[in-house]
Design a protein around this ligand. Structure first.
Ligand code: KIV
Ligand code: ZN
Length: 383
C-alpha cells in the first residue's frame, strides 16, 4: 500500500457551512487559487444544488484548474446529481461526491427510510453519477454511528456500482481514535484495494485530527479537511494540523502528503481575510501564539537552542519567525536579546534596572511593544 495520503480540501463547501464563514463566488475563486498553491489533491468547491453561487463557483474553479480534482457535492437524488454534473461540465478533473446517511438514527428520524431502501438509493445514485463523470465518491453520512457490517455492505455495493472513493464521515464528531481506526480499517480490508477509502472528521470532541491520523494508520489514503479547521458546528479536521502532524512525526507516521507546507500560514491568513473570522491565538500551527514564547525559562532555552522549545521551524509553515514576547514572565536573557535587537547595549546593572521596570509595568499591562521597551531602556541607560 502506498504511503501517499491524498488531501481533500473542503474549505469551500463544509468549511463555508460554518456560522459566519460563507463565501461568494469571487471569494471562493480567490481562495481556490491559494488551495492550488498549497497543492491539495482534491478541492470540494461547493454544493451546486444549494445555490446559484455554489453552482457558479464549482463551474469557475473546475474549468480553471487541470492540476487539481474539483468535486461537487450532491445528495443521492437525481436532481442534485444532475445539477452537480452540469456545474462540472467544463471541469478539467471533475468528481461527483454523493452521499446518503446510513445510521439507524438518521434513517429513522431524518430520511424515514429503511436501510435496504437507502442501499438501493446509494447504488442507483452512484450508477447515475457515473453516467456523467468517471470519478464518483460516495459518503456514508454518520458512518460512525453505523454498524461496521452495514458499512461494509454499503461500501461493497457502491464500489460495484462504480464508486472510486468511499468516504466514512464522523459526521457528528462522536468517534474516538482507536474505535474509528477499527471501523475504517474494517472497510479498508473488505474493499481490498478496489476503491480508495476516505475519512471526513468533525471536531465536536476536539478529536478530528487524532481520528484522521488513526484512520491513516488503519489504511485510509484520503483525508478530508479544511484550512483553519472551519466547518459545521465545531469544524472539520484542520488541514494544517493534520499535515504537520504527519510531517513532524514522520518517524512513527511514515506517510506523505503533497502539501507545500510553506503555504499553510499564507492560506490561513487569506481565509481569515476573506471570511473575516480568525483563529484563536493558541491555535496550533497558524495561531498568533503558535511560535511565541513568553516564559523566561522557555525564552532562555529558545535563545540557547531553538529546538529546546520548538518542534517545527516556523518558516516551514510560512510563519516568518518566532516571537519572544516581552511580558511579566520574561527573563533577563530575552529582555537583553530584545534590547540588542533594538540597538541598545546596556551594562549588567542597566539591564537589571530595565528588567525590573519591565516586570513592574507588565504587572499592569499584558505585554510591551518595541517602542515601549525602547523607552524603558533609554530611560534606564540615561539615569
Ligand atoms: O459531515 C458529513 O457527513 C459531510 C458529508 C456530506 C461528507 O459533510
Ligand atoms: Zn461534514
Amino acid at each position: 500500500m502506498s504511503n501517499r495520503v491524498h488531501v481533500f480540501d473542503t474549505t469551500l463547501r463544509d468549511g463555508e457551512q460554518s456560522c459566519g464563514c460563507s463565501m461568494n463566488v469571487p471569494e471562493k475563486v480567490r481562495m481556490a487559487r491559494k488551495l492550488v498553491e498549497l497543492n491539495v489533491d482534491v478541492m470540494e468547491a461547493g454544493f451546486p444544488m444549494a445555490s446559484q453561487g455554489d453552482f457558479d463557483a464549482v463551474d469557475a474553479i473546475g474549468r480553471e484548474y487541470a492540476q487539481v480534482t474539483v468535486a461537487a457535492l450532491a445528495r443521492c437524488h437525481t436532481g442534485d446529481i444532475e445539477r452537480a454534473a452540469k456545474a462540472l461540465e467544463r471541469a478539467k478533473r471533475p468528481r461527483i461526491h454523493t452521499f446518503i446517511a446510513t445510521s439507524p438514527i438518521h434513517l429513522k428520524h431524518k430520511l424515514k427510510m429503511t436501510e435496504d431502501k437507502a442501499l438501493e438509493t446509494a447504488v442507483k445514485s452512484v450508477e447515475f453519477a457515473r453516467r456523467f463523470v468517471d470519478e464518483v465518491e460516495f459518503s456514508a453520512e454518520d458512518a460512525t454511528r453505523t454498524a461496521p457490517d452495514i458499512l461494509v455492505k454499503f461500501a461493497r455495493a457502491v464500489v460495484d456500482a462504480g464508486a472510486r472513493i468511499v468516504n466514512l464521515p464522523d459526521t457528528v464528531g462522536y468517534s474516538i481514535p482507536a474505535e474509528y481506526g477499527y471501523l475504517v480499517g474494517t472497510v479498508v480490508r473488505a474493499l481490498d484495494g478496489k476503491a480508495e477509502v476516505s475519512v471526513h472528521c468533525h471536531n465536536d470532541l476536539g478529536l478530528s485530527v487524532a481520528n484522521s491520523i488513526a484512520a491513516v494508520q488503519a489504511g485510509v489514503r484520503q483525508v478530508e479537511c479544511t484550512v483553519n479547521g472551519i466547518g459545521e458546528r465545531a469544524g472539520n479536521c484542520s488541514l494544517e494540523e493534520f499535515v504537520m502532524a504527519l510531517k513532524v512525526r514522520n518517524d512513527i507516521l511514515p506517510f506523505v502528503t503533497g502539501i507545500k507546507t510553506e503555504e499553510l500560514f499564507p492560506a490561513s491568513q487569506l481565509l481569515t481575510e476573506i471570511i473575516g473570522v480568525g483563529v484563536q491565538p493558541n491555535k496550533a500551527i497558524v495561531g498568533r501564539n503558535a511560535f511565541a514564547h513568553e516564559a523566561g525559562i522557555h525564552q532562555d532555552g529558545y535563545l540557547k537552542e531553538r529546538t529546546t522549545y520548538e518542534i517545527m521551524d516556523p518558516r516551514s509553515v510560512g510563519v516568518p519567525s518566532s516571537q519572544l514576547v516581552v511580558g511579566k514572565h520574561s527573563g533577563r536573557h530575552a529582555i537583553a536579546d530584545r534590547c540588542t535587537h533594538l540597538g541598545f547595549r546596556p551594562t549588567a546593572e542597566q539591564l537589571d534596572a530595565i528588567y525590573h521596570r519591565i516586570i513592574a509595568v507588565c504587572d499592569k499591562k499584558k505585554w510591551l511593544t518595541d517602542d515601549e521597551i525602547g523607552n524603558i531602556a533609554r530611560a534606564a541607560m540615561q539615569a
